[in-house]
Design a binder for this molecule. Sequence first.
Ligand SMILES: CC(=O)N[C@H]1[C@@H](OP(=O)(O)OP(=O)(O)OC[C@H]2O[C@@H](n3ccc(=O)[nH]c3=O)[C@H](O)[C@@H]2O)O[C@H](CO)[C@@H](O)[C@@H]1O
Ligand SMILES: C=C(OP(=O)(O)O)C(=O)O
Length: 429
Amino acid sequence: MDSIRIVGGHRLNGVIPISGAKNAALPLMIASLLTDDTLTLENVPHLADVEQLIRILSNHGVDYAVRGRRRADGQNFARTIDFTARDIVDVTAPYELVSKMRASFWVIGPLLARMGEARVSLPGGCAIGTRPVDLFIEVLSALGAQIEIEKGYVHATAGNGLVGARYAFPKVSVGATHVALMAASLARGETVLENAAREPEVRCLAECLNAMGAKIEGAGTDTIHIEGVAALSGARHRVIPDRIETGTYAMAVGMTGGDVLLKGAETETWQAAIDVLGEAGIDITPEEGGVRVYRNGNGLVAADVTTRPFPGFPTDLQAQFMGLMTKASGTSRITETIFENRFMHVQELARLGADIALNGQTATVTGVPVLKGAPVMATDLRASVSLVIAGLAAEGETQVNRVYHLDRGFERLEEKLGACGAEIARVSA
Ligand SMILES: CC(=O)N[C@H]1[C@@H](OP(=O)(O)OP(=O)(O)OC[C@H]2O[C@@H](n3ccc(=O)[nH]c3=O)[C@H](O)[C@@H]2O)O[C@H](CO)[C@@H](O)[C@@H]1O
Ligand SMILES: C=C(OP(=O)(O)O)C(=O)O
């Protein structure tokens, strides 16, 4: 099993190219199930989750062709991939495939809308929480699906097709909003979704669906109107830049000090985090071609955050922010409101000398002047990269084990950081 070895203490200077967003690419790929035409996606990141979803889609009968590869300058791994679901050969998404990646459950929406039936394994819990699927079942039922849970599978049918409806989510869910958008696009009549997720990835999916012929208005706000259409066609759509990867590298620069251009990044999609990083002493400014992150020799200052659905501070940056705060002067309170168990990084950061007290959903981080490198274990995707951030500023060597978690969501992390002066390498066991 690979690990990442870091020798801390090097400032980061240079350019880091930002990849296409994992959390936008996955629902876009799943949308290819809605049409027998080709959906061409540009800027698809090369990540373990993307490769796993390709396997899942192939199982349903989707053909794919990768058209872009590493550019001559070696700086970008963005790929263009054609997905064609000419015939759906299987409406079952089996346990062996779904259990490896939670977002694969989302195939339930397009399979049901296009084929009138889907049988998808319950995804189960994961390291960050129980992650139930009740909202998916509720919204699909509101659209007229009959749903039974049998032997660990959600079996959804809609013999006469789905029918538009008004549905208010009792809780904001990104995944259930994605699924509702895809299902309602092929339902008869109008659907209104209230308290919908406003994440940029939802807007990206809606824009792609509209390019495929859907009639969706209001994506990016909490009320979305969808006028169902009889069929969708192919389209070409670009995956948005990864706001979580962007925020992660901004925090890495904040941690070590330095000056880095995050090439291809945007600021609008993570403003809440930019504001907090500003409080902490990190300058973030939009610039030609990307976003510049800068911290001079001055120290970091503690700041508080509470995770919220978009446009609030994203839960997917919470672990990284905690890593950053371990060396800030003062005390930071970090409250997690989205997932009940997203603090697995606390005990690993403590191995590096961090001072963190956990009380319910709030972690109180008292900054320490020095972190010391140690072997640590990655427990989930964002937790792993918080250990990398801390390791970049720790004295001596940090070894982050179980990096397969990192490979789910960070493309060529060690290359990108290494090119800016970090002493970081992948060690194959
Ligand atoms: C692949 C992807 O895009 N993953 C993101 C997506 O996950 P995901 O779409 O799974 O997260 P949700 O927005 O659905 O989850 C938000 C909250 O709603 C709860 N919930 C969700 C569905 C449901 O049926 N019942 C229910 O109670 C969840 O347990 C959680 O407490 O949004 C999360 C919140 O921004 C991010 O952390 C994940 O990185
Ligand atoms: C939690 C995440 O992903 P997933 O929803 O696929 O587990 C994430 O991207 O941080």
